[in-house]
Design a protein around this ligand. Structure first.
Ligand code: ADP
Ligand code: MG
Length: 814
């Protein structure tokens, strides 16, 4: 009945000039009841009216207010998917695209043929699809194929506050596409949805929208959340701290789900294990208890469920060792008088679930289901639970206050993963998760003074990472002057110049003829047009350096190896981490053994002689080859220190890259059987050269004996852009070989600056294959080739042995 009422109102509120379209949706009564409680429903009229009257609309509302699940339904009901166009929603995270499409399909009582999703490797879109959830990267690729996005009548950019690079670019592009479409008489709407109110980057940005779009605020019913800070100085071991706090909450506070925020997958698993173990270590339950639990819980998930009561008597074991003195006052339960009366039931077991973006979808879906009766839900999550997913029933939040972020040095290209303090906005988002259904508590594992030092907001991602891939994509969209692009937040001019320079070196862009005037030169540097090679490269779904390798891969029948290698190089962490710290002495000796065995295995994959010189990349290729030969089973991966998920992803990517290469030059590659025979020696040499042409700017030269004045340079390598030495990692295949010239995938700063993905290079290849990086100068006494750190180039003598007659060398003046 209530549904009818809503729909009647809607029809009436339409302007008489517009046809009253209403596509009925047949929702289940319980779904309808739940959605009527969502704050966004109160704004349906306002939102739809704004959408009718404006090309672009911004919607702000707390996480959980119903934006993602409801707004697409409003649009569907109002007929935005009833014509030829469909409704598209972008998410920065794959998790959200998949889980939200399932949720909306369920709410609307429609099949996944109609409400579908598309992410990089998979999707269930059909010809009947009317609502399509996708990652922002997927939509960007679609814009390349059809700039006007004619399939869509509405695009919703969700989670805009996350400021992911692709989201930012999409908003920039759509700010142009929408007016263009409307001018052409194919109407289109843009909705930008954000969890925070800080939307000025989108609305007050003259470059983006000439008339600022209306902002609709959805008032969420947020219950008060009492925030408790730690009194002590924050510890290094925040996982341990989180463990103790969670146990305390569970032991002392009344029912209500617990949500713990940690920084990464590894910590999430480690805490889950500890929490489950501490449940099982306690007094075993009576047979009757287990029997009753199993009887009454048909859907019980034995994987995640330890149906074992927490015993008060075993307090110490549960809470960990020592450090108990000032703990009792830490929880401050007294703050909320209503809680002081209620006593927690200590016999309730904890139902522990992990949540992070790479988790399998079936596992992720578990957090939305009610926990088995008689248990307390405890979700241990990374910051996916901050805004993308709302977990029902959370009353307590434990916040470690940190995030794991990739840092990237714009000048040197060195990246590192660092755990840093989060922003105040993020910390408040996390706290807010506790007040969705009733008043809650947030326990911050840091002091209020530390919180005061947090930055207010997180920076937009685009300002923190290299942009050559984006620049290439934009050039492929014929946006030559990337500096003029309406970015919500622009990357620095420095980053843009560096990106164009790299793309010119790779041959993807062409430097326009240079005039003498410095001002024009500067401008020219930022508006190099794309080359045919660049277009081919842009069609490959990998970063430009790897795209270049694919473009050259045809030679010497190397393509299948290049594809496998690029797939392996672009998937993060195909090997299990050998540096994992061990706990007890016993564990530590076992780990040392395993480490030794896995290192041995990697040596085997690297092979001897010619193949060893391909170095770490040969190890990757060998791993992929061996794994596929063994049928790519989880067991093989486990036994050989490979990440099963990574290997599955590599296989998918190999298929996808093969298709992409075939689309550019038909029939060169076939991918039927993932198995391949090892490359010949000759092919390995060819692979090394192909790798060199892609990674040309990542060349390093071992410091010569006579140069080693300072002991810090021992076994060090010199790169073009850094003053400090970089090193080959002890786990690298080339650690003992120490070739004179190498190329590397990237430099990660851990204990030292280590090169990752190292491959050996023959000196004479440099002027032949990378003349653009060389300065050719008259013979001198200096060794040749050598690095000139001021110009960042390799210098060679014209007369040196590898100078070949007939090889065209550009004459470059110093
Ligand atoms: P927002 O986008 O504003 O953050 P959502 O639309 O994601 O809000 O969520 C609205 C409500 O739907 C929340 O209360 C959330 O708990 C619920 N919800 C979302 N996904 C699911 C799911 N898969 N199962 C059950 N409830 C869900
Ligand atoms: Mg949402």
């Amino acid at each position: 009945e209530s549904e009818k009422k809503v729909s009647d109102q809607k029809v009436q509120s339409k302007k008489p000039s517009e046809p009253a379209v209403f596509i009925p949706v047949d929702r289940l009564p319980e779904i309808q009841e739940a959605r009527l409680k969502l704050p966004v429903l109160a704004e349906e009229q306002v939102i739809m009216e704004a959408v009718r009257e404006n090309p672009c609309v911004v919607i702000c509302g707390e996480t959980g207010s119903g934006k993602t699940t409801q707004v697409p339904q409003f649009l569907y009901e109002a007929g935005y998917a009833s014509g030829s166009g469909i409704i598209g929603i972008t998410e920065p995270r794959r998790v959200a695209a998949v889980s939200m499409s399932h949720r909306v399909a369920k709410e609307m009582n429609l099949s996944t043929r109609v409400v579908s999703y598309q992410i990089r490797y998979e999707g269930n879109v059909t010809d009947d699809t009317k609502i399509k959830f996708m990652t922002d990267g997927v939509l960007l690729k679609e814009i390349q194929k059809d700039f006007l996005l004619q399939r869509y009548s509405v695009i919703i950019i969700d989670e805009a506050h996350e400021r992911s690079v692709y989201t930012d670019i999409l908003i920039g592009l759509l700010s142009r596409i929408v007016p263009l479409r409307n001018k052409k008489g194919i109407p289109m709407k843009l909705l930008v949805m954000s969890a925070t109110l800080r939307v000025e980057d989108f609305t007050d940005n003259q470059k983006l929208f000439r008339t600022p779009p209306p902002v609709i605020k959805v008032d969420a019913r947020q219950f008060p959340v009492t925030v408790h800070f730690n009194k002590r100085t924050p510890l290094e071991d925040f996982t341990g701290e989180a463990f103790q706090k969670t146990c305390k909450i569970h032991r002392m506070l009344p029912p209500g789900g617990i949500l713990v925020f940690l920084t990464g997958q590894a910590e999430v698993h480690s805490l889950c294990r500890r929490l489950r173990k501490c449940n099982t270590k306690l007094k075993p339950p009576s047979f009757m208890h287990v029997y009753l639990c199993l009887q009454s819980l048909p859907r019980i998930d034995l994987d995640n469920y330890s149906a074992l009561p927490v015993d008060e008597g075993d307090e110490d074991r549960e809470a960990g060792i020592g450090d108990e003195e000032d703990e009792a006052s830490d929880l401050d339960i007294g703050d909320d008088p209503s809680n002081a009366e209620v006593k927690a039931d200590p016999s309730i077991p904890l139902y522990v679930l992990p949540l992070y973006s790479l988790l399998a979808p079936e596992q992720q879906a578990k957090v939305f289901r009610p926990p088995p009766p008689g248990t307390r839900l405890c979700v241990v999550a990374t910051n996916v639970a901050e805004t993308s997913l709302t977990i029902p029933g959370i009353k307590y939040v434990v916040d470690c206050g940190r995030v794991k972020k990739r840092f990237y040095d714009r000048v040197t290209g060195v990246s590192s993963f660092k755990i840093t303090w989060t922003s105040q906005a993020s910390a408040n988002q996390r706290a807010g998760r506790a007040g969705r259904t009733e008043p809650g508590h947030c326990y911050r594992l840091y002091s209020s003074a530390v919180f005061g030092d947090f930055s207010l907001f997180s920076e937009a991602e685009i300002t923190r990472r290299p942009v050559e891939d984006l620049v290439l994509q934009m050039k492929d969209l014929n946006i030559d002057k990337v500096v003029n692009f309406p970015f919500p937040t622009s990357p620095s001019a420095e980053a843009l110049v560096a990106a164009e320079q790299l793309l010119v070196s790779l041959g993807a862009l062409k430097e326009p003829p240079q005039t003498g005037r410095i001002k024009e030169l500067k401008r020219a540097k930022l508006s190099c047009p794309i080359t045919p090679l660049g277009r081919a490269m842009a069609s490959f779904p990998v970063a430009p350096r790897y795209a270049k390798m694919l473009a050259l891969g045809k030679q010497q029948d190397c393509l299948q190896y290049v594809i496998a290698l690029v797939a392996a190089m672009t998937v993060r962490e195909i090997f299990e981490d050998l540096d994992r710290p061990a706990g007890t002495e016993d564990e530590s000796s076992k780990l040392t053994q395993r480490r030794a065995r896995l290192t041995q295995m990697r040596r085997l994959w690297a092979g001897q002689g010619a193949s060893l010189l391909l170095g770490d990349l040969m190890v990757m290729l060998g791993a992929v080859g061996a794994c596929e030969f063994a049928g790519c089973t989880p067991k093989f991966c486990e036994d050989n220190g490979l990440r099963y998920k990574a290997m599955v992803e590599i296989r998918r990517l190999r298929g996808q890259l093969t298709n992409a290469v075939n689309a550019v030059c038909p029939e060169v590659a076939v991918f039927v059987d993932p198995k391949m025979t090892p490359p010949t020696e000759h092919q390995v040499v060819c692979l090394r050269q192909i790798v060199l042409t892609g990674l040309g700017d990542h060349l390093a030269r071992r410091v010569q004996v006579e140069d080693v004045l300072d002991p810090k340079w021992k076994n060090g390598y010199k790169t073009a852009l850094m003053d400090d030495p970089v090193f080959i990692h002890p786990t690298s295949a080339l650690f003992k070989t120490l070739p004179e010239f190498v190329v590397y995938q990237e430099i990660m700063e851990t204990a030292k600056m280590y090169m990752r993905g190292v491959s050996a290079v023959e000196a004479e290849w440099v002027p032949e294959l990378l003349p653009q990086y060389c300065h050719f100068s008259p013979p001198k006494d200096a060794p040749s080739p050598w690095f000139c750190s001021t110009t960042g180039t390799v210098r060679c003598h014209r007369s040196s042995s590898f100078f070949r007659v007939g090889w065209q060398l550009p004459a470059v003046d110093m």
